[in-house]
Ligand binder design. Structure first.
Ligand SMILES: Nc1ncnc2c1ncn2[C@@H]1O[C@H](COP(=O)(O)OP(=O)(O)OP(=O)(O)O)[C@@H](O)[C@H]1O
Length: 248
């Protein structure tokens, strides 16, 4: 369970988060939508400890993680970064096993490799991929490798940052389905940021829309289309006119 309460963050005069409240029940998949620059990444980075909020609390299973050393929390956590963020000079299996080869989760090398190969299989990649370099793979395959890395340490909490950016619609569908399957299978609590409405529908149990530094609407995916909020309605249909101001 992840609970953000009254979260504030400004950069100079730019008030990005202005009292964000968000509750993600254990084992549920929350997708955060909202226009460019509304603070979706800042929100995720706050939970990760990469950004320090100015005010508010972030509780994971009831503990305010802003007051705790972050290491214990990060060990329970997996992340699929936008763009994949693989290490070019490392073979695929070492990318997948990265966190199993150092720090708190360290395993013997042979075991780490075995886990990496098993996770690669889970995302539809054969053992032949293990010793290749990321640059030798297609974008879709790299995304699968990143997904395998995100789940390598069997995390209880997973964040997906724009998981389908740069992929063709079919590969996006494959990645969305994999994310949904894996989150369900692992019983993980997930937060995904995306602009891709197909992803939203494939991945979400619940949806939250950020607008002007607050959660404008939050509800079950089944309620999204008929939620009656004009901001949500404009966003999900991609209408250039409506209450959300746009630069033309
Ligand atoms: N480290 C930082 N220093 C200064 N400003 C920042 C920093 N990180 C984010 N911002 C600002 O915070 C605002 C929100 O950025 P953020 O990346 O969270 O938006 P987003 O909703 O994820 O957008 P997109 O959908 O385009 O990725 C932007 O105005 C951005 O310039």
């Amino acid at each position: 369970m992840i609970e953000l309460a009254d979260l504030y963050k400004s950069f100079g005069s730019n008030d990005v988060l202005r009292g964000v409240d968000l509750f993600v029940p254990k084992g549920q998949s929350m997708v955060v939508i909202g226009g460019s620059g509304t603070g979706k990444s800042v929100l995720l980075k706050s939970v990760l400890g990469l950004v320090t909020p100015d005010a508010g609390t972030i509780k994971v299973d009831g503990t305010n993680i802003l007051e705790q050393p972050r290491d214990a929390f990060l060990a329970r956590f997996g992340m699929l970064f936008q763009g994949g963020a693989l290490f070019d000079s490392m073979p695929v299996w070492q990318n997948v096993a990265f966190r199993l080869m150092r720090g708190e989760l360290k395993r013997p090398k042979a075991e780490a490799r075995e886990i990496a190969i098993e996770k690669l299989r889970r995302v539809g990649l054969g053992p032949d991929v293990a010793d290749r370099l990321p640059a030798e793979l297609s974008g879709g395959m790299q995304k699968r490798v990143s997904l395998a890395r995100a789940i390598a340490a069997n995390p209880e909490i997973i964040f997906f940052d724009e998981p389908t950016t740069g992929l063709d619609p079919i590969m996006s569908g494959v990645i969305n389905d994999l994310i949904r399957e894996i989150v369900t299978e692992m019983g993980a609590t997930a937060i995904t940021i995306t602009h891709d409405m197909t992803s939203v529908r494939a991945i979400a149990d619940r949806v939250a829309m950020l607008h002007r530094g607050k959660v404008r609407w939050e509800g079950a995916i089944g309620e999204l289309d008929d939620c009656g909020d004009p901001y949500v309605d404009q966003f999900i249909h991609g209408r250039p006119t409506g209450p959300i101001e746009t630069l033309r």
